[in-house]
Design a protein around this ligand. Structure first.
Ligand code: CO
Length: 150
């Protein structure tokens, strides 16, 4: 009985969420001290003209040793962007300044912090092969997933 009530509330809350188009364009993910994101896929409708991704770092380690950010790029460009970003330093969010392979990127945060990346989807195509990843040195090899825009 208790479980059934809980389920009803959850379903109602989800229906309310889906009814508001703009909320479909806002996503929250987490990163932790284990160098992991909380999801492998971020999915937003291609009707979103603007997308907001909030990243919460749920760990305790500082940005200098376990920094996380969110970068959006073509899946094929994750590695080259990550390699070039290493020497760019944390002040540049580990993104080579002016890197036009990058659609959007957030600042790098440490444990207990959060940041929101809001960007226009004008350069994206529905159904494109996109990825989100952390450009902190080495993290891009494992902290990455699909960014679905469809
Ligand atoms: Co990271």
């Amino acid at each position: 009985m208790r479980m059934r009530n809980w389920l009803s509330v959850t379903v109602l809350a989800f229906a309310g969420f889906a009814a508001q188009a703009s909320e479909e364009c806002q996503v929250t993910i987490e990163g932790n001290d284990m160098m992991k994101f909380s999801t492998d896929v971020i999915s937003v409708p291609a009707t979103c003209e603007e997308v907001s991704i909030t990243l919460k770092h749920t760990g305790n380690l500082p940005a200098a040793s376990m920094g996380h950010n969110v970068v959006i790029a073509d899946s094929a460009n994750v590695q080259p962007i990550g390699i070039d970003g290493t020497s760019a330093g944390i002040d540049n969010s580990f993104i080579k300044p002016g890197d036009d392979r990058v659609y959007a990127f957030s600042e790098v945060i440490g444990g207990g912090e959060e940041t929101t990346l809001t960007f226009s989807t004008a350069a994206l195509k529905a159904g494109g092969d996109y990825a989100f990843f952390c450009s902190f040195p080495g993290h891009w090899a494992v902290m990455k997933g699909k960014f679905e825009f469809k």
